[in-house]
Design a binder for this molecule. Structure first.
Ligand code: ASP
Ligand code: MG
Length: 438
């Protein structure tokens, strides 16, 4: 039994991640410290990944923008990584004052080795030698989230917004932790955003593949890269609230099982796991494209070169009289201006007539592994929207997802009627702590 754990108790190595809203001020840091100490008292080894306090990262980005229009990526990473250093040191101090040993480590001290891409670095290796030593000496380990170190450039990197989730999962994988608990200000993964759909229910379990689709289509509680990493490395994620002790949602990868004693609230596989909404996309329509081979290739090559990330694409039948067609696609609102500029620059060569930009769209996605084996899933969606009088502008599907684009103003109502149509509504309204999920 290592470090004086309770004899007979189930000693585990637990990785916990606390988001910015959980460590927003001194009071919150003390609350989190107590939670960490509770896990230690129960006899577990505890490793914590922590985000920057509250909106620190946004404030630092803002400061950078005030001194330089385009801050140097290397310096921006130096700046942003400091946010997590503040919270890790404060958290370690708070734990000390409760009489427990804690040691904080930066990403590079913790052995988070990444590629050299500033602002969006990928973890390539984790060498947690110092963390193991600290654990062996009985300390609680606190690691600055969201950051790493590149061996070639010998520079500090950051992992991209929300990167502390990935830090936590990567630590859990490298240390072979029993569970990676991701704490935020919401109770877990819901069948829909409770602020949009009041009858949304917390899921006991969700599969990693469903979680990936939900996250890719607007659900904000967990970051895609963290879920991907967890699925690939067999890490069990438990998404739960800092503000309550109730069980949250387990994200299960292939072949993974729930920890002993957890039954999961609904082991029977529902056809649809959840409904995701996304207001962050815009639609661009290229009007009057000559309907000859090669034009779509030309258009999307230009878009790709502009760096925009295209999501849905629809091409209309061409008008026989003109031999021209319209092509619409969606992309993140933040990519639209560059994409439009790039297209306009090549208008003569491609030969289209005009461009229309629409940033008032909303995307609704229904996700469920049960779609593979059940028919009529899309009919239910279309019928619910039709009864509500909501017009569908675009449709796309994957193996376990159906997405539609509607007017942005219709999105919330669309989500509610679809949630009801799939039988996902809970008996009572979900308790919303006005959380952001971070
Ligand atoms: N502090 C970083 C951010 O706000 C990383 C994180 O919170 O996970 O994006
Ligand atoms: Mg943050």
């Amino acid at each position: 039994m290592p470090h004086g754990g309770i004899p007979g108790a189930n000693v585990a190595l637990i990785v916990q991640k606390y988001g910015g809203s959980s460590v927003a001020d001194a009071e919150s840091i003390k609350r989190v410290a107590k939670r960490i100490v509770d896990a230690r008292r129960a006899g577990h080894d505890v490793v914590v990944a922590v985000s920057a306090m509250g909106d620190t990262t946004d404030e630092l980005l803002d400061l950078a923008a005030q001194v330089a229009p385009i801050p140097a990526p290397r310096e921006l990473d130096m700046l942003l990584s400091s946010g997590e250093r503040i919270s890790m040191a404060l958290l370690a101090m708070a734990i000390h004052s409760m009489g427990f040993e804690a040691r904080s480590f930066t990403g590079s001290q913790a052995g988070m080795i990444t590629d050299a891409t500033h602002g969006a670095a990928r973890i390539v290796d984790v060498t947690p030698v110092r963390l193991r030593e600290a654990l062996d000496e009985g300390a609680i380990v606190i690691v600055a989230g969201f950051q790493g170190f590149n061996r070639d450039t010998r520079d500090i990197t950051t992992l991209g917004r929300g990167g502390s989730d990935t830090t936590a999962v990567a630590l859990a994988a490298a240390l072979e932790a029993d569970v990676c608990e991701i704490y935020s200000d919401v109770d877990g993964i819901f069948t829909a955003d409770p602020r949009v759909v009041p009858k949304a229910r917390k899921l006991g379990v969700v599969s990693a593949e469903e979680m990936l689709e939900l996250a890719a289509n607007g659900a904000k509680v967990l970051y895609i890269r963290a879920v991907e990493y967890a699925r690939r490395h067999g890490v069990l994620i438990h998404s739960r609230s800092t503000f309550s002790s109730s069980v949250g949602t387990y994200v299960l990868g292939p072949g993974m099982t729930l920890p002993d004693g957890e039954s999961g609230e609904e082991m029977e596989e529902p056809i649809v796991a959840g409904v995701a909404t996304d207001l962050s996309q815009a639609k661009i329509t290229v009007i009057g494209v000559p309907d000859v081979p090669g034009k779509a290739a030309e258009i999307f090559k230009v878009i790709a070169k502009s760096g925009a990330n295209v999501d849905m694409i629809v091409q209309n039948v061409s008008a026989a009289t003109t031999g021209r067609t319209d092509i619409s696609f969606t992309l993140p609102k933040t990519d639209a201006a560059t994409a439009l500029k790039a297209l306009a620059g090549d208008q003569a060569e491609i030969g289209f007539l005009s461009l229309v930009h629409d940033d008032q769209i909303g995307k609704l996605s229904v996700v469920g592994a049960g779609m593979r084996t059940h028919s009529g899933v899309s009919a239910t969606l279309f019928e619910a929207l039709s009864i509500a009088g909501i017009n569908i502008e675009m449709i796309s599907t994957s193996e376990i997802r159906i997405s539609v684009v509607v007017r942005g103003d219709d999105l919330a109502e669309a989500a509610r009627v679809v949630h009801t149509a799939y039988g996902l509504d809970g008996d009572s309204d979900a308790v919303v702590h006005a959380g952001t999920g971070r």
